[in-house]
Design a protein around this ligand. Sequence first.
Ligand SMILES: Nc1ncnc2c1ncn2[C@@H]1O[C@H](COP(=O)(O)OP(=O)(O)OP(=O)(O)O)[C@@H](O)[C@H]1O
Length: 573
Amino acid sequence: MGLLDRLSAALAPAADDDQLVAAAPAQRVRTILRRFWPFARPFRRRWLLGLLLAAALPAVEAVEIWLFKSVVDDVLVPADLAALWPLAAAMASLALAGALLSFGDEYIATWVGERFTVAVRAAVFDHLQRLEPDALDRRRHGDVLSRLSGDLHAIETLLLSALAEAVQAAARLLFFVAALFVLSWKLALVSLIVVPPLWFAARHFGRLARRAARERRRRSGTVNTVLEEALANSALVQAANAQAHEQARLRREAEGASEAELAGTRIAGLFAPVINLIELLGAIVIIALGTWALSSGDLTLGGLLAFLAYLSQLYRPLRDLTRLYTSVFEATAGAERVMELLDTQPRVVERPGAHDLVRAAGRLELRGVHFAYDRLALADASLVVPPGRFVALTGASGAGKSTVAKLAVRFLDPDAGTVHLDGHDVRDLTLQSLRRNVALLLQDAPLLDGTIADNVAYGHSDATDADVRRALAVTGLDLDPATPVGQKGRALSGGQRRRVAMARALLQDAPVLILDEPTAGLDPDAARELIAPLRAIARDRATLLITHDPVLAEAADEVIVLDGGRVQCMATR
Ligand SMILES: Nc1ncnc2c1ncn2[C@@H]1O[C@H](COP(=O)(O)OP(=O)(O)OP(=O)(O)O)[C@@H](O)[C@H]1O
């Protein structure tokens, strides 16, 4: 193994055998810029102004150094105090101009950066909301949150601050190199000897820095994943006495994240002195040659001092490269993770020109439907729920009942066969109109943190207090609508939660209603108590009741039995 390879191995972040969150595919910086440019485009004028201000700052600095040369040659060397005043006035004006420029540059960059972040975050969130619930459930939510926060922030840094720094470095290079050539073109040429070693060092460290940055971003996702999973399932964790296990998982991931952070610091920490050393060697050569130029009268003392000042300022962007590298690679790694989210294509999409069905009569039909996840869920399933009928769908666990519900509201599309609403293939309807006409009461009746009234009116912002009370009265819930339900409705009992969800379905007033296991997890008495409100909300609509419970199925007009994804029998009363 060569010295460089051994150095690279020592600096690299530690390997992670158990990747809780996989790394996103690597992307070229150009691809990333092209992908995110549309979000910055609306602010391009301000952004350009910010870049101009950033580029103007080195011009001010170049003049400041030139004035310093005049102070040495015209004030200090001849000891002429009178010559100082005009120079002092010019220096003060320049300092003021510099302060204004750097304030303007910083403020505009932040302004554009904040707006850019809002736009990207909104677009990613919009995209995520188009993904079917199953696709979202396959992702670790903690990692998704970390992509929407830290990773987005890193891209903002790339597009804005890092670019401003790069423009400033380029402007500084231009102005200062020009000044060097004006002062002494021979010395200016000699000072270029540092370029090849600097370039080599930057390339090598850059590659290492990029790898460390990708690992850092990925690790931030794994830490959030462990936190989110443990907090969201705190009851399970405590009931299973698994606190120590979760603590160990968090510690392992947090240590992995800090190790990745340290790897980044090791690389940046070693890069900075290497750059300083190369610069120092360059400066020593220049001082030696400059002394000779001074003695031969080619350069004044002020000229030599100014030359060295320009040179050290010129090296500044190179020193800043460490920071620039870190932010560029951090951003690239963040952008890769955000792009991976944006590239996840929804499987359920609305057809162009889809029909907006205002109000269906309410006939739901499955015709020869096949559907498989990674295993078969439905095979040649056909069934009809006519308007006004109350149909129960029963069958053993895993028979495919919930899959029927997901197909009816297009959380999934069939692999073969069709689902129809009022004779329309549901794929020909807009998603909005389909879900307006088919209300789905989910199995665990999830609620959002807020009051009972907030939950009943969720999705129906025009509902009045009276509407909410009426809907709650039908379900027989005897709690004040202003009662808070807690996170996920956990401050209510299972039966109360289901009544709130029923009231919401009632308010939606859809012609088709699908109830997925409305009594699951309730004791027999609580389940029985729900039969009357269920019948009340099923009245005058096509209702598909998915249930294991034979007593509940008894209440239906018709019972369909599913077995292993196939319709086994239908019984009509
Ligand atoms: N998101 C998923 N990914 C992979 N397989 C799934 C998924 N959801 C369901 N399945 C599988 O598809 C089959 C049908 O599941 P489905 O949820 O429709 O059954 P079910 O009859 O509603 O069961 P239960 O009564 O237990 O809720 C099962 O074998 C299940 O394991």
